[in-house]
Design a protein around this ligand. Structure first.
Ligand code: GUN
Ligand code: ZN
Length: 437
């Protein structure tokens, strides 16, 4: 390849580079991250080829390479949202209901519209635009119960070369007829989607039983069997979000000792299983999550907005349960992972706990990638990883710039970003090396 041809598929991104190496143990844990005050990320064919100090790398770049300069900004791995509903972009900000009523009154109504492939395609494009505006470069998304809705999202993400994980919601009871499919047919449709999309480009599949209330024993068992059949496919569902939800599960599965035990019985727990909310867990349930290496997904803006309760981060952490962070739009109220981290901080404060900024940014990037089994591929700035990047400006608003006048170090800057930042703080987002804003 000529130097000009190599440069055409290459780009250098220059600024203050920050990436996490392991979970921070406390505030000020400088061993947990790599920070380069004037760094260059060299991108080739969508992946990171090299990262290091500009004074070492600049002289080795081809003369014709494009260099994006982001002075003063932080270049970080793009954010990862581990739990979000793409058919809920017009459910977000629905007034005055807790979970079960909220689902019936607003959510199921909007999701039925996704039977129309045109509606699904339009919403998929909007959804991906909005993620990019917020610096989110990978999401694990629920689709509606219509397989065509998953098809629309995968098609749009594949075209943009975005690494998306998604699945059509499986439901066969306790919902409107427009969203229910007989157990076998829903599973067959999921199998079909897995064969079409799991591993196609950057796309991956998550088997998606909505929650225990909307599936019969038979359908949950079939979902478990599907996971066994495809050992690299993920699983996403909801767990222990709301007290009335839990009482309903108790009624529907009277022989199971707990909500978590229902999922365990049908083979739905394991290292590839993402369980949204996990608020009202008994000790036996915490032990089940830990022993199966399942992931508890913390969705703070949703838990506050729907009034579900407070996620006990410290308890799960100390028990050794894997934890991820997510928006849960449209129960959640913001697409921004920065806003999500701010609310996570407050949820923890209400319980006498703390969330250091280092831990929050590690969660949004490296730890969320690990929760998806994608560590090394995304959520990090290191050679070989996809060049999915976010460029953050901690002085994006007058109030932030004013506050920044007195910040003393990187960790304070990160705390300003997560407490006051949102889409306005996102200066650029790169998807596989391509600037998309
Ligand atoms: N439980 C079952 N479905 C949903 C949903 O769409 N959102 C939330 N927050 N919880 C759920
Ligand atoms: Zn959800």
């Amino acid at each position: 390849m000529t130097e000009a041809a190599a440069a055409a598929n290459s780009r250098a991104v220059r600024g203050r580079v920050l990436t996490f190496l392991r979970p921070p143990r406390s505030t000020g844990d400088a061993q947990s991250y790599r920070f380069i005050q004037d760094g260059i990320v060299l991108v080739k064919d969508g992946r990171i080829a090299l990262v290091g100090p500009a004074d070492e790398i600049a002289t080795r770049l081809p003369a014709s390479i494009a260099v994006d300069r982001h002075p003063d900004a932080l270049i970080m791995p793009g954010f990862i949202d581990v739990h979000i509903h793409y058919p809920q972009t017009q459910v977000i900000a629905s007034y005055g209901a807790q979970l079960l009523e909220w689902l019936e009154k607003y959510t199921f109504v909007e999701e039925q519209k996704f039977a129309d492939p045109g509606h699904a395609a339009r919403n998929a494009e909007f959804f991906l635009d909005e993620l990019a505006r917020n610096g989110t470069t990978t999401a694990c998304a629920y689709c509606s119960a219509h397989p065509s809705s998953a098809e629309a999202l995968f098609t749009a993400a594949h075209k943009r070369n975005i690494g998306m994980i998604a699945g059509a919601a499986i439901m066969n009871r306790n919902g409107p007829p427009g969203l229910l499919e007989p157990a076998r047919e829903a599973i067959a449709a999921s199998r079909d989607l897995i064969r079409r999309w799991h591993g196609t480009g950057r796309q991956r599949y998550a088997v998606t039983p909505r929650f225990a209330i909307t599936s019969t024993d038979e359908q949950l068992a079939e979902a478990g069997a599907l996971l066994k059949e495809f050992p690299t496919v993920l699983m996403q569902t909801h767990l222990d979000e709301n007290k009335n939800e839990i009482a309903t599960v108790k009624r529907l599965f009277p022989n199971e000792p707990s909500y978590t035990a229902v999922y365990a019985r049908f083979g739905l727990l394991g290292p590839r299983s993402l369980l949204g909310h996990c608020i009202h867990l008994g000790d036996d349930e915490v032990a089940l999550l830990r022993d199966t290496q399942s992931v508890a997904v913390f969705c703070p803006t949703s838990n506050l907005f729907i009034g579900s309760g407070l996620f006990n981060h410290k308890r799960l952490m100390e028990a050794g349960v894997r934890i991820a962070l997510a928006t849960d739009v449209g129960g959640g109220t913001s697409y921004s992972m920065l806003r999500t981290a701010a609310e996570a901080y407050k949820v923890m404060q209400l319980q006498g706990q703390n969330l250091p900024a280092l831990a929050a940014f590690d969660l949004m990037t490296r730890a969320n990638a690990a929760a998806l089994g994608l560590d090394g591929e995304i959520g990090t700035i290191a050679p070989g990883a996809y060049a999915d990047l976010v460029v953050l400006d901690a002085r994006a608003t007058p109030a932030m710039a004013h506050r920044m006048e007195v910040t003393r170090d990187l960790e304070e800057e990160l705390f300003v970003l997560m407490t006051m930042g949102d889409d306005r703080a996102v200066r650029q987002t790169y998807i596989a090396g391509r600037p998309v804003l």
